[in-house]
Write a protein that binds this ligand. Structure first.
Ligand code: SAM
Length: 230
């Protein structure tokens, strides 16, 4: 029997579903993800620096033109790597599961004198009313959210009907052999980095009810820029 602060939630693992218990609003898989990113936070920017410099930074620039307001929500804001690409004049809220990643984001925001509201929150259980934001966006996040479909559904709930979802995500390649290779490597990468490299993110976006408008391959079909409407 579950207590008042506990509830059951369905977690998608590959193609099957398991039930996990929620305690104090955050379930065990989310706790695990939170702990992983808390552990990684101190080294996160250094570890990603080469990729950031040669690949990610160019892709992130798209955000500047595509985030429209008056209000926007970034989920999995991490250490605030997208801050340089926030457009001016849009009121942005950033949320993340990991207090230590957020601590770094807060420091970056204050160094840049950037006005952004940062809150600790699980994308699978957002504390915002329906239709709160004109743009909802994330970069390299749905590889680590325990139940990505749940998280994407929550984003659709808080997005205005006229709003837009922007995603920069890596996912499982379509190529049969490469796909199997990513499946085999996945448990190691999850343990080391907290990221699943074999998520079928395009399927998950559609399962969550989004209508995909733009799906652009940036690095073969492994990294994609996605725009969708509710
Ligand atoms: C790979 S990092 C990406 C960070 C940042 N978006 C970037 O582009 O560098 C994934 C981030 O998503 C956060 N995250 C994972 N699951 C989450 C969830 N359920 N709710 C909110 N944030 C989550 C992690 O704490 C981490 O900061």
């Amino acid at each position: 029997m579950l207590s008042a602060v506990e509830s059951a939630s369905k977690i998608q693992v590959g193609r099957c579903c398991i039930t996990s218990q929620k305690v104090d609003g955050i379930d065990q898989p989310s706790k695990r993800t939170q702990r992983r990113y808390d552990r990684l936070a101190f080294a996160y920017d250094i570890m990603e620096a080469p990729l950031e410099r040669f690949r990610f930074a160019v892709w992130r620039q798209r955000l500047r033109n595509r985030i429209t307001g008056p209000t926007a929500l970034e989920v999995g804001v991490g250490t605030g790597k997208n801050f340089p690409y926030y457009p001016s004049g849009v009121q942005i809220v950033g949320v993340d599961l990991s207090p230590r990643m957020l601590m770094r984001a807060r420091r970056k925001a204050s160094n840049r004198d950037l006005s952004v509201e940062l809150r600790e929150m699980d994308v699978q259980n957002l504390d915002f009313p329906d239709h709160s934001f004109d743009t909802v966006f994330a970069t390299f996040v749905f590889c680590s959210v325990p139940d990505p479909v749940d998280g994407l559904r929550e984003l659709r709930r808080v997005c205005r009907p006229s709003g837009r979802l922007l995603l920069l995500e890596h996912m499982r390649p379509e190529n049969f052999v490469l796909g199997l290779f990513f499946d085999a490597l996945n448990p190691i990468v999850v343990r080391m980095m907290g990221a699943n490299i074999n998520r079928r993110t395009m399927d998950n976006i559609r399962l969550a009810g989004w209508n995909v408008r733009i799906e652009e391959n940036l690095s073969s079909d492994i990294v994609q820029w996605i725009e969708a409407v509710p």
